[in-house]
Structure formats: C-alpha cells, structure tokens
Design a protein around this ligand. Sequence first.
Ligand code: UGA
Length: 433
Amino acid sequence: MLGVIGTGYLGATHAACMAELGFDVVGVDTDESKVRSLSQGELPFYEPDLPELLAKNVAAGRLRFTTDFNELANADMHFICVGTPQQPGKNAADLSYVKASVAAVAAIAKPGSLLVGKSTVPVGTADALSASLPSHLELAWNPEFLREGFAVEDTLRPNRLVVGVQSDRAENLLKEVYQSLIKDGVPWISADLRTAELVKVAANSFLATKISFINAMAEICDASGGDVTVLAKAIGYDPRIGNRFLQAGIGFGGGCLPKDIRAFMARADELGATQALEFLREIDSINLRARKRVIELVRRDLSEALKSKRIAVLGAAFKPDSDDVRDSPALDIAVQIQAAGADVVVHDPKAIEPARKRFPALNFASSIDEVLKDAEIVLHLTEWKIYREIDPVKAKSLVSKAIIIDGRNALDRNKWIDAGWQFRALGVSDKEA
Ligand code: UGA
C-alpha cells in the first residue's frame, strides 16, 4: 500500500497514477472539501486526462482519500507531495507543510516503511528531516518534474526518474514501485539526497533562464527593430540550443518556476554561495519586466489615458491547459491595468473561478464574444487554442477599436493584420494592414 500526503496538482496526479500502475493508494489531505470531492472521483481542479484516471481508480477500489493520517499506518511507502510556497515578503520557501507532514507520518508509520519526499525543497532539507526521524524509518527524495497540463503523461512516461537515497534498500524499494516505467526504458538516476534536491531546482532554473533569455532578446529586438520569433526559430535549429522554451512573451509564472528560482537564491545566500546564483536575480527581473512592457504598450496605444477604457483580456491561467492562476502573468497584468483605472474584463476557458477567488474585484466574461464587446484594446495573455481559432474579421465587428497585443507571440499575425487589426507583440516591430 502507498500513501500520498497532499492532494494538489502534484499529489492527486501521483496518487491516481500510482493506482493506475496497480497499487493500492491512500491520499491524505487536511482540506476536507478536497478530500470529499476526490473521494467521489471528482477532480477539484482542471488537468487534462486526470479526471478519467481518478474516477476509474476510485471506482476500482484501488484509490481512496481521507483526512485521517492514521489510515496510512499500513502503508509501505509515504510520498510527501505538499506545497512549498514562497514565504510572504521573502524569497525563501515555506517548509512548514513539509515538516508537518513528515512529523504526522512519522508518528503513525509502520517500522521499515519509507518516506519519499516529492515536494521541491531547498538543498539540505531532506538531511535535516532525516535526522528528525525515529531509527525505524528512512527518508528518500524523489523530485517530480511534471508540467501542469501534461501531468499524467509526465508521471506515467517521465523523461527520467531521479531518486536521492541513503541505502540500497531504499533504492530497491523505489525501483519496485517504478518497475513498469523502468521496463519501458525511463532513465533511472540514483543520487545522494542533496543532489536529488538540487536536480529539481537546477532544472527549473535552467528553464526559467531559457525563457528570460529569449525575452531579453525580445527587448533587444524591440530596441533594434528585429523579430524575436524569427530569431528564436533560427537559433533553435542548433541542437545544442533546441527550439523548446524559447517562446518570447509575458514570461513565466505558476506555482513553480518563479518561487523556485527565488528559493534557490535564498538557499545559496545561506550557503555562502550568493554570487553563484546572482544571475537568477536578473532572470527574475527580465521576467517581471515583460509584464510591464505589455502595460507600456497599452498605455502607448491609449495615449496614456487608461481611465474607464474598456480592455479585453484573453486568458487568466498562468499557461494554457491549466486552471492554475498562481503568479499568473496574465492576471497580474489585468490587475495592474485595472488598478490604473481601466475597465478590464477577463476571459479564460477554465480559470475564471480560481481567478475570481483570488481577485474578486476583476470583471469576468463567460464567452469570447462577451469579452471582446466594445473593447478598445484586446490583450492575448494565455495562449489557449480557442484564442488562436478566433476569427479576426468577426472579432473586429465586436470591438470598438481593432488593436490587439499578442503577449504570447502565438497568434497568426498576418491573419489579424489582413482583417484590419493593429497588431502588437513583444519583440516584434509593429506592422499595420
Ligand atoms: C514547471 C516545469 O516545466 C516542470 O518540469 C516542473 O516539474 C514544474 O514546473 C514544477 O516544478 O512542478 P509548470 O510550472 O507546469 O512546470 O509550467 P511550464 O510549462 O514550465 O511553464 C512555466 C511558465 O513559463 C508558464 O507561465 C509559461 O507560459 C511560461 N513559458 C514557457 C514561456 O513564457 N515561454 C516558453 O517558451 C515556455
């Protein structure tokens, strides 16, 4: 039997996927409403393919959810999947949920069972937690690399499995759990606890760097008259660079990349290695600057006068195929523009409710037609497929002024220009019809 502690994006996916592999799984969360909905086979957030997997495995009796840690007493392995958000006002991660979960599991776990951390934590956390455990329990770290929107795919067919272990026994137990994935050829990397923790934050730092690199190039293109989309395509053909994660625009958000690079910097400070990660400060600044640059474009088009101007925002989620609005660049821009006095209306196919919860003062539209109606400027901020399918001719008949800013460089520029729109994008000089 496997225990999964924390049933958010990571834990719910891990629990359902482990059940799909044939294990008997119990998921524990302190949030009663989440547990109630998961127990009925209903996913309390949006993630493609996961609802089917959840419902199927709950119905098969291999997967259940509870708020009671005592139900983990018979588990052979306990996966810790709780969040490690940024501490308010600080760069460092809040480890209180991880610490509380490990303590709660330690109190009931049967001797010989293995605790396996999956949460993203600062290097050294696992060592410290390990020292707090009774001698009959052992801790391993198995970082998770899943992307929201592809969570099931990334869990059942990951591009690697990384485990930080303190004994051959722990490694063998983990190999047993992931046996079918290993058989399918997924690379297995065994490391010490510290390296395993570092792999995760290093990977996310690299991804963040790649995005901010191309956004820095977008700034240079804006200053010099180049086109960042062509530039990205051209450099991406070099296999050492690769063309993925080079989409210039309003930058990265979500519950992972922003807080992970900040927590990594905070940890480097504590380790006396501040300089080694100084560049991440710049990566963070470039990222936040991209949001400001969109707002400057809006101001330029509206001659600085935002007050009462009707602005349509397409997208609230931090990326498409997710309803996650944590540190969403799209919502941040919407909120900043509204704070400047504009009449902002936001549309998103999945994230309106989470967005409304976070920012109740924003206005939301339930259809694309509704959001576009009478808009004086349209901002495309999350690249959902349905926005690429908008007919620019029809859209022009709804708005008051046909100006669009493509904050994700994802729309078919020529199509919009041909329909008579003024088309703006980051890193691409303006072209008129
Ligand atoms: C990220 C990593 O990609 C996962 O490997 C990792 O497991 C996860 O964090 C985590 O730490 O749990 P995720 O946050 O789901 O996954 O989203 P990404 O696909 O990485 O996108 C992050 C942000 O970067 C989004 O806001 C996206 O719009 C933006 N982005 C991505 C760009 O602006 N340009 C790109 O070219 C790619």
